[in-house]
Design a binder for this molecule. Structure first.
Ligand code: FE
Length: 306
């Protein structure tokens, strides 16, 4: 069939077949996606078996809750970020801390602390290295923003996230820190390790068929929110990770790889009650002012509430 014939056919299925009032936006989107799918089937001469295997793959991936991993693996999350960046640039919104993808592992309801929080429950303090990370949240006018919210979450040494990994304590490695009067935040945690997609899962299967790996470099996730400012969704990467610029989710960006200092000074260790050297990361967040015409950065997606 020609593309024109496919367009007519799909219109008859999606538009002409409607017998009650349709949601016009959904109708428009489904019309487009089904047309594009049928054209791909035609152009690539997909066999019926290939079509059904594809649907079965999606069904299985959904059942395993892996669509949120397949999406970043295929660059969808990065693509949405590029579109945000473009829309903002057109409106002259530039210069803030770069955004990067949220990923599927945020959980709302983490404990809220003022100025400082310890994220880890102490269970990995022997195997891991203590990390202190600190900085200032700055607003659009370059002034520090007191009482802004720094939501932080990261994986444990096995690459697993609390809530999804039921062996961890509630909200382990997850907190919301409200900045102090000087716009400062600080947390203590365990230096995270990189991780990979579940080895026998749908994402790993697909990436394997594409000749790709499913590894992420070590990273820490953030939502930064302050009144009158655009919410920032971002991550920092841990410098030196072998996958630093080879992330299966395409989330590494210039400006999000702060230096990691090794603190060995006896007085500094004693001040924190530590016997072993710890890592320290300084990182400031710079927010942009909210602009009514800009696409909202408050993305509505399913997030577990614990
Ligand atoms: Fe992550």
């Amino acid at each position: 069939m020609t593309h024109n014939e496919i367009d007519q056919l799909v219109k008859s299925f999606i538009i002409d077949a409607a017998q009650a009032e349709a949601n016009p936006r959904i109708q428009q989107i489904v019309l487009r996606l089904v047309s594009d799918l049928f054209k791909a089937i035609e152009d690539l001469d997909l066999s019926a078996t290939e079509v059904w295997k594809g649907l079965e793959f999606l069904q299985e991936a959904g059942g395993r809750m892996e669509l949120g991993l397949i999406a970043p693996g295929l660059g969808l999350d990065r693509f949405l970020d590029i579109r945000f960046d473009e829309a903002e640039a057109k409106l002259g919104i530039t210069g803030g801390t770069p955004r990067t993808i949220e990923g599927p592992l945020y959980v709302s309801g983490a404990p809220v602390e003022q100025g400082f929080a310890r994220l880890d429950d102490g269970s990995e303090i022997e195997q891991g290295q203590v990390l202190f990370m600190q900085g200032t949240v700055f607003g659009a006018n370059g002034q520090p923003l007191p009482n802004s919210s720094v939501e932080v979450w990261h994986a444990n040494l096995l690459g697993n996230y609390s809530y999804f990994d039921k062996s961890q304590s509630d909200f382990n490695l997850r907190r919301t820190i409200m900045t102090d009067d000087n716009g400062r935040y600080q947390f203590q945690s365990i230096m995270p390790k990189g991780y990979g997609c579940p080895p026998n899962g749908s994402t790993a299967t697909l990436l394997g068929l594409l000749g790709r790996h499913g590894q992420r470099p070590a990273h820490i996730h953030f939502f930064i929110s302050a009144e009158g400012h655009r919410k920032l969704t971002t991550q920092i990467n841990i410098d030196g990770d072998e996958y630093l610029w080879d992330d299966f989710a395409f989330a590494s960006r210039e400006g999000l790889v702060p230096a990691v200092q090794q603190i060995t000074d006896a007085a500094a260790l004693a001040a924190h009650g530590l016997q072993k050297p710890y890592a320290s990361i300084d990182f400031d967040f710079h927010l942009n002012a909210e602009v009514a015409e800009a696409p909202t950065t408050e993305v509505d997606r399913q997030r577990p509430q614990a």
